[in-house]
Ligand binder design. Structure first.
Ligand SMILES: O=C(O)c1cc(=O)[nH]c(=O)n1[C@@H]1O[C@H](COP(=O)(O)O)[C@@H](O)[C@H]1O
Length: 240
């Protein structure tokens, strides 16, 4: 895979017109993420639009509910024929297991490939301090993120979403066949915004990420195509 194909750009926009405008402005992007904002606003029509343009789709709905509800949602999502789908590790073993079974059922109903189901370990907007003092988790952050990834792996999920700061450890422990997707990635020249545990795109790839989710550094740039190009050039330079 060339470095550009490792970048997933989120369509974090409020409506379908803005989503189409962004997709048309960045024709080089092969992998788009549809998340809570856009899917809640447009429903599945945006997925059909992306598919008609031969794009890969990360449907990032971050499911978090009881096993029965999560299974129903996963089954429905898998019918769309998307490439990646998210669920929180903290739904627990029963819900994760139910989800892995449900995506097979859903995909079979529409004769599509099941999505890769990946687990959120710990949102990249949470700092070590917030984990300890707000969420009252009595573990060091890297240990917590790793335990959430291992829970997902043991339950049969395809991979995990983690911050670039934890990806090396997860790669080492979970092995090469476990898909690792890193949001919270920031080039040196971009604002961190609400991301708390970031590294640069090159650092994240070198640490073992399969895919990077990079949003605002590209989508909020005055000229998104130039920001995209700059990131791709930095990745290419550092992959030699
Ligand atoms: O699942 C995700 O993609 C995700 C998980 C996570 O822990 N942190 C995180 O930022 N994301 C998503 O990654 C994207 C990051 O966007 P930027 O911060 O603009 O680069 C957003 O669409 C988030 O919803």
């Amino acid at each position: 895979m060339n470095p550009e194909q490792r970048i997933i750009v989120p369509l974090d926009v409020p409506d379908i017109a803005s989503a189409i405008a962004l997709v048309e402005r960045l024709p080089q992007v092969t992998f788009w993420k549809v998340g809570l904002e856009l899917f809640t606003s447009t429903g599945p029509s945006i997925l059909e639009i992306l598919k008609s343009r031969q794009k890969q789709i990360f449907l990032d709905l971050k499911f978090h509910d009881i096993p029965n509800t999560v299974a129903g949602a996963c089954q429905a999502a898998a019918r769309y024929g998307v490439d990646l789908l998210t669920i929180h590790s903290t739904t627990g073993k029963d819900a994760l297991k139910a989800a892995t079974e449900a995506i097979q059922t859903g995909a079979a109903q529409t004769s599509v490939k099941p999505p890769k189901l990946i687990a959120i370990t710990l949102l990249t907007s949470i700092s070590a301090r917030q984990l300890a003092f707000d969420l009252k988790i009595p573990l060091e952050l890297p240990e917590y993120a790793l335990s959430m990834a291992l829970l997902a792996q043991e339950t049969g999920l395809d991979g995990a979403v983690c911050s670039p700061q934890e990806v090396a450890q997860l790669r080492q422990t979970c092995g090469d066949n476990f898909l690792l997707v890193c949001p919270g990635v920031r080039p040196t020249w971009a604002d961190k915004g609400d991301q708390k545990r970031s590294l640069t795109p090159s650092q994240a790839i070198q640490a073992g990420a399969d895919y990077l989710v990079i949003g605002r550094p590209i989508t909020s740039a005055a000229e998104p195509e130039l920001a995209w190009k700059r990131i791709c050039e930095e990745l290419a330079e550092n992959s030699q």
